[in-house]
Design a protein. Structure first.
Length: 336
């Protein structure tokens, strides 16, 4: 049985013409981004950068929601308007990453498990009180020699379902993110096989733990060739393989699928999304298909910003351009 309010939020997150900004980089991850542009990784610089993105004019035209990092949820702009208040004023839904990142999985060399379930119920209540309306938890599945193991897929699927059940219990919408990594030289067929197996196991766990599929959003990888594969698949093949894989593994009850960019270049992620949406329409796929990009939306603004206040307008313009490009791709009408 589904809750109308959670279902409404989930549907708003994947509404036509918009996508989700992933601005939930951990302090360590954003340090790598800042190091690349010569900016010191301080809390104030993180606040200034993210605040510039959230204050971009007309952000609500192409962004439905923003996934925040814990420190960002309570931060404010220079005029003391909180980030959450600013987002809501533009029709953008605030959310938060709640996992505690990946750690080595015992007995499974080369594989990881996402931690953060301990104390999660109390943290969720706090985040909800601070204005979050949805959450995100990422699981990582690596492809390599003799991996992924059933152990890794099962453990991560179980954790994703436990997380999602807790989130819905508190009255928030969970983004469920099982990411099959594109690192490696594997073929697109191998990615299809692992993605299908991961999704089937994840939904089996979600159903066994009474998660309402109508009240969640799926954030998966596209079905892609490995980053180091000799002959990487075209956008047309990515689209066909991705949609066909999901038709075999994702229930129609799920309101929407928000693809992650997963290490793709900006243009690659946009072109692939456009092709996926076009193919999905041709076969009457049952879900809304959109994007939830981090680097795919932020790489250009970061290069324009460079940590300088005078560059904020240029960074915001770059963010607008990336947002509008992906909003067009999300409708299947992107022109490169």
């Amino acid at each position: 049985m589904t809750s109308a309010s959670l279902n409404e939020i989930a549907r708003a997150m994947v509404q036509p013409g918009k996508g989700i900004l992933a601005a939930d980089e951990s302090t360590g991850t954003i340090k790598r981004r800042f190091d690349a542009i010569g900016v010191e990784n301080t809390e104030e610089n993180r606040r200034q950068y993210r605040g510039a993105l959230f204050a971009t004019e007309d952000i609500g035209d192409y962004i439905s929601g923003v996934i925040l990092f814990e420190e960002t949820l309570t931060q404010a702009h220079d005029d003391d308007t909180t980030f959450v208040e600013k987002m809501r004023s533009q029709g953008v839904i605030p959310g938060i990453k709640v996992d505690k990142s990946t750690h080595p999985l015992a007995g499974a060399p080369g594989e990881v498990i996402t931690e953060g379930l301990d104390g999660l119920r109390d943290r969720l209540e706090t985040y909800k009180g601070q204005g979050a309306e949805f959450t995100k938890w990422r699981a990582v599945i690596n492809i390599g020699k003799d991996i992924p193991s059933d152990n890794a897929i099962n453990a991560n699927a179980h954790a994703l379902a436990r997380y999602a059940a807790l989130v819905q219990e508190v009255g928030l919408v969970p983004i469920v993110e099982p990411e099959v990594m594109m690192d490696g030289d594997h073929s697109i067929d191998r990615c299809f096989e692992v993605t299908e197996k991961t999704l089937l196991r994840t939904f089996d766990e979600l159903l066994s733990q009474n998660v309402a599929l109508e009240d969640m959003v799926l954030k998966p990888n596209m079905v892609l060739s490995g980053k180091d594969a000799q002959n990487r698949a075209s956008a047309a093949e990515v689209a066909e393989q991705t949609v066909n894989c999901f038709l075999r593994s994702v229930p129609a009850a799920v309101p929407g699928i928000a693809f992650l960019s997963g290490g793709q270049g900006d243009e690659e992620a946009t072109v692939n999304l456009d092709a996926i949406v076009k193919y999905a329409k041709s076969v009457n796929a049952p879900w809304q298909l959109t994007y939830s990009y981090g680097r795919g939306l932020q790489a250009a603004p970061q290069q324009a910003w460079l940590g300088k206040a005078e560059n904020v307008p240029a960074a915001q313009k770059a963010f607008q351009e990336r947002g509008r490009a992906n909003a067009a791709a999300r409708e299947g009408r992107y022109v490169a």
